[in-house]
Design a protein around this ligand. Structure first.
Ligand SMILES: [Zn+2]
Length: 149
C-alpha cells in the first residue's frame, strides 16, 4: 500500500526515505517557553499557549539525519513511523499526554499536512495532492456516497 504522507526536509527540501530522517522537537526549549508563559498566564484557566499573541511555539523540525543537528533533549519520531494518516493521529494522541506539546507547533505541522494550501514546502505532507477546494482526506476510491458532490 502506498504511503499517505511524505516527509520533506526543512533544510534541503528533499523527500526523506525511511531510515534517513526524523521529525523532532527540542523538549528543553519547549519547557522553557512553557515556563515563561506559565509565569504570566499560569493562574488563568482560560489561557491557551497556542492563542497567546506573544507566545512563540517551538517548531518541530523535519530533517534528514545529515541535515541540521538534534537538540540535546529531543523528542524524535522516525519518518517511517509517520507515513499514514492514522500514524499522524496516533502521534497526536501520544503527544497529548506530554507536558511540552502545547508549547510546540505540532498543531501547525498537522494542519499543514491536512491543508497543503498553507504553502508548506517541507514537513509532513500528503503524498497525493488534493483539490484546492478541500474535501475528504485520503484515497478518493474509499470515499462514501455522502462525500460525492
Ligand atoms: Zn535534508
Amino acid at each position: 500500500m502506498a504511503d499517505d504522507l511524505v516527509a520533506v526536509c526543512d533544510f534541503c527540501i528533499q523527500p526523506i526515505p525511511d531510515g534517513e530522517g526524523m521529525v523532532e522537537v527540542d523538549i528543553a526549549a519547549a519547557e522553557r517557553a512553557l515556563k515563561r508563559w506559565r509565569a504570566r498566564y499560569g493562574t488563568d484557566p482560560g489561557a491557551v499557549f497556542r492563542t497567546t499573541p506573544w507566545a512563540r511555539p517551538v517548531a518541530w523540525a523535519t530533517r534528514h539525519t545529515d541535515c541540521g543537528t538534534s537538540p540535546r533533549f529531543a523528542f524524535t519520531i522516525a519518518v517511517h513511523r509517520l507515513r499514514a494518516w492514522t500514524d499522524l493521529l496516533r502521534w497526536g494522541v501520544h503527544l497529548a499526554d506530554k507536558a511540552f506539546t502545547p508549547a510546540t507547533d505540532w498543531h501547525d505541522l498537522v494542519e499543514r499536512a491536512l491543508d497543503p494550501r498553507q504553502a508548506a514546502v517541507s514537513g509532513i505532507l500528503p503524498t497525493r495532492p488534493r483539490p484546492l477546494a478541500g474535501g475528504p482526506i485520503g484515497d478518493p476510491r474509499l470515499r462514501g456516497p455522502a462525500d460525492e458532490e
